[in-house]
Design a protein around this ligand. Structure first.
Ligand code: NAD
Length: 282
């Protein structure tokens, strides 16, 4: 989609961080943007600030881990703008306590916000994008941890799922004039490490707090420092805008983890090399 002017985008997790960066960059390019977030107050502030730049934006509050709320947000977008061309599935939480500490509630929280919302987003918005025949783009935020396991198990599984879904749907949606991109950011300067502010009501009291001391606490502290000095979210938003214009399959923000991704592919290749030349028994 080379000319974005006058198109409409729906962006989840848009009140903060990467989502706000994407909403800002798209609105600067003349896109009408419906910002969606679970945090009503932050959402209202973000929309008000963008309106000061004459952007054609609006906001809708929704917990995207609930399909009915996502559907209501899609309905609100259609009532407000009449059409939608770009879906950005971006809301996400790192969550999870990892092996030995995981809980059903922790798994559900992370998988529902990070993965089910992407599945539902495509299910709900895909037909809306197809309906007008003008084409469109689906961008879903995974992580470099969607290509190498390095976060909590819950997070890695959710983000690998987003990469798999995006890769699989790219071919299926191309004939329907919908491009599919997956965003795999490195470390970006956002509120991500303050993610406990967004525990949905149904999981409150069922999610353990992280430890205050020990290796996990040290990891969280170190990662917090890294995100404080991370990449500018507006820069990420501008990359996403360029990716939509050029239908990039993968959107990276930097090359820091490229050697680790190469090492993963090399380990997979070694797995094939080990059995090469053998005839499988049938
Ligand atoms: N910051 C990083 O370094 C980094 C790296 C890789 C991937 N990511 C991914 O980027 C995405 C955005 O995160 P961020 O870093 O901008 O963090 P952030 O906390 O600044 O923004 C996340 C936004 O999502 C919203 N949100 C959370 N749960 C929600 C729900 N149930 N329904 C609707 N909105 C909800 C939050 O209110 C917030 O506005 C996430 O998917 C995250 O996993 C971030």
């Amino acid at each position: 989609m080379q000319d974005l002017t006058g198109r409409t985008a729906f962006v989840t997790g848009a009140a903060s961080g990467i989502g706000l960066g994407i909403a800002t960059a798209l609105s600067h390019a003349g896109v009408n943007v419906m910002l969606c977030d679970i945090e009503g107050e932050a959402l209202a502030t973000a929309v008000a600030k963008l309106k000061l730049t004459n952007a054609n934006v609006d906001g809708v509050r929704a917990d995207v881990s609930l399909k009915a709320e996502l559907q209501a947000a899609a309905d609100a977008t259609m009532s407000r703008y009449g059409k939608v061309h770009i879906l950005v599935n971006n809301a996400g939480v790192p969550g999870g306590r990892g092996y030995g500490h995981w809980t059903d509630a922790g798994w559900h929280w992370v998988l529902d916000v990070n993965l089910m919302s992407v599945i539902w987003g495509i299910e709900i918005f895909g037909p809306l994008i197809e309906a007008h025949g003008e084409g469109g783009q689906v961008v879903s935020t995974a992580s470099v941890f969607g290509l190498i396991a390095g976060g909590s198990p819950e997070y890695d599984v959710s983000k690998y799922g987003v990469v798999a879904l995006s890769e699989g749907l790219r071919q299926a949606l191309a004939p329907r004039k919908i491009g599919v991109s997956v965003l795999c950011p490195g470390v970006v300067r956002t509120q991500i490490m303050n993610f406990r502010r967004n525990v949905p009501q149904r999981f409150v009291g069922k999610i353990d707090s992280p430890p205050m001391e020990g290796p996990v606490a040290d990891f969280i502290k170190a990662f917090q420092e890294r995100t404080n000095n991370g990449i500018d979210p507006l820069y990420v938003g501008e990359l996403v805008r360029e990716a939509i214009e050029n239908d990039w399959p993968y959107i990276f923000t930097d090359t820091e983890r490229e050697p680790m991704i190469d090492a993963r592919f090399a380990a997979i290749k070694q797995g094939f090399d080990r059995i090469r030349g053998r005839t499988p028994r049938r």
